[in-house]
Design a protein around this ligand. Structure first.
Ligand SMILES: [Zn+2]
Length: 469
């Protein structure tokens, strides 16, 4: 039997990284078993689902490279199939109409809460004859419930091991609001059956749905799939990862300039440990190495520092011309040339954790920040001495022909002067004149990126500042 897995997100918001990880584990498991990974949009919750979030899910999965097989399935387009199965269950008397009103059910829930038992509705309406039920339906609202058989359900979860449930705690579970409005657990079971899903890999928050779904599967006579419930993703403070921890949607991470390969690499390591201490895996390696049975039971930590470090390792391995393409959008306002972008990429690739950081790191190359004249002086050095040194530097740099003005020629010409007059005394004011900042790459690297004309301009500007000060 061909392995088939699925991701079934609801379009109720931007795709959360937790959904991305679940999708990825489903993808990995399908690929390593030469199976198929499918996508279903669970949009039956009309109040919460919003059409605009569907493209967000599709774009997120595409960005990560988690391509699904075949057409995507929208749950809302499958309602006629749900209706047929509901009718079948009603005809075979495995399901029935419950005529209890919302008020009656709320009252029951309140009383059970007082007795400190979790809510279940055991409905005597399951004994109403079908003729009487048909009659009552003409004038009454009713929801469709399963006649829950009381027993123990035991299944082997691929992550959690043997899991046991007592179905008497569930009461007669609700299946649909009416023949055309299936409820969550029923719709999921039917859709998974129709798509021939063999393995359901999903977040632990779904564990309580599993016994209900197994009962529905049994009532419908479907094959029971295998289950794997993944540990939740926690923030570093071990609370549930949410917006207050910063970026949590795939969309956020795309905008910040993460690489999809690095993101996947990071997601794979949340709740799963490879056999050795290796940290960087490409997708082929993950398909080979990933092991669902080695997924931990405890919550997985979402550590942004780790993500940044992984992303940085991927950036470091890229050639500057490639990095240039990724940083270009963040430097758009400066209209940089391709040659400038490549030089910037070269200069910052060791330091960049994410591409968006380039704006802050390299902005000074395109627009000299405003700075105080006092910043130009090395330690206790006087204004006059600083001016003197900068004038020496200016003379040396002006003597280098424009077409050979690069990191080598400027280093060769300036270093003897710096050694003679004091490195700090010479190189500090030069670096500040070029960058306008107390911290920046070395002056030789900046000279190389700026070129002769702009470098000379900036040094003259610094001299002007010192004259005014
Ligand atoms: Zn009832």
């Amino acid at each position: 039997m061909k392995v088939r897995t699925r991701i079934a997100p609801s379009p109720t918001g931007h795709m959360h990284v937790g959904t991305a990880r679940t999708a990825f584990f489903n993808y990995l498991f399908a690929k390593q078993n030469h199976g198929e990974f499918l996508l279903r949009i669970e949009d039956t919750d009309i109040e919460r689902s919003k059409k605009e979030y569907e493209p967000d899910i599709l774009n997120g999965l595409k960005w990560l490279g988690l391509n699904w097989e075949g057409e995507l399935v929208r749950q809302s387009e499958k309602v006629s199939i749900h209706t047929n199965y509901l009718k079948k269950l009603l005809e075979s008397k495995k399901a029935f109409y419950c005529f209890h009103t919302t008020e009656e059910l709320e009252e029951e829930q309140k009383n059970q809460a007082l007795e400190k038992i979790s809510f279940k509705h055991e409905c005597e309406h399951k004994n109403i004859s079908s003729e009487e039920a048909t009659n009552k339906l003409k004038t009454n609202n009713a929801i469709i419930r399963l006649k829950t058989p009381y027993k123990k359900i035991i299944f082997k979860d691929l992550v959690k091991g043997e899991v046991e449930f007592d179905t008497s705690l569930l009461g007669d579970i609700s299946l649909a609001k009416n023949l055309d409005t299936p409820l969550y657990n029923f719709a999921v079971v039917v859709d998974d059956h129709e798509s021939e899903i063999t393995h359901i890999i999903r977040g632990e928050d779904h564990l309580s749905n599993t016994p209900k779904q197994i009962l529905i599967i049994e009532a419908l006579g479907f094959n029971q799939p295998e289950y794997a419930h993944l540990p939740l993703i926690l923030a570093t403070d071990r609370s549930k990862l949410s917006k207050r921890h910063g970026a949590v949607s795939v969309n956020d991470f795309t905008k910040l300039g993460y690489l999809p390969e690095a993101m996947l690499n990071f997601l794979a390591l949340i709740g799963w440990h490879p056999k050795d201490e290796k940290e960087i895996f490409n997708i082929e390696e993950l398909i080979k190495e990933f092991d669902l049975t080695r997924v931990q039971k405890a919550g997985g930590i979402f550590d942004i520092e780790k993500l940044n470090s992984i992303n940085n390792q991927y950036i470091k391995n890229m050639v500057p011309a490639e990095i240039a393409k990724f940083i270009a959008p963040y430097l758009d306002m400066y209209n940089p040339t391709e040659a400038q972008l490549i030089k910037v990429a070269h200069l910052f690739r060791e330091r960049l954790n994410i591409f968006s950081e380039v704006k802050e790191l390299a902005g000074f190359i395109f627009a000299l920040p405003i700075y105080e004249a006092s910043l130009l002086s090395w330690k206790e050095s006087s204004k006059e001495k600083t001016k003197e040194k900068l004038e020496v530097v200016l003379n040396v740099l002006e003597s280098i022909p424009e077409d050979s003005f690069d990191i080598d020629s400027t280093t060769t010409e300036l270093m003897p002067k710096a050694n003679e007059l004091g490195r700090g005394e010479v190189l500090w004011p030069l670096r500040v004149a070029l960058s306008g900042m107390a911290k920046s790459p070395s002056p030789f690297e900046i000279l190389d990126v700026l070129g002769k004309k702009e470098s000379i301009n900036r040094i003259k500007k610094a001299l002007g500042k010192l004259n005014e000060a």
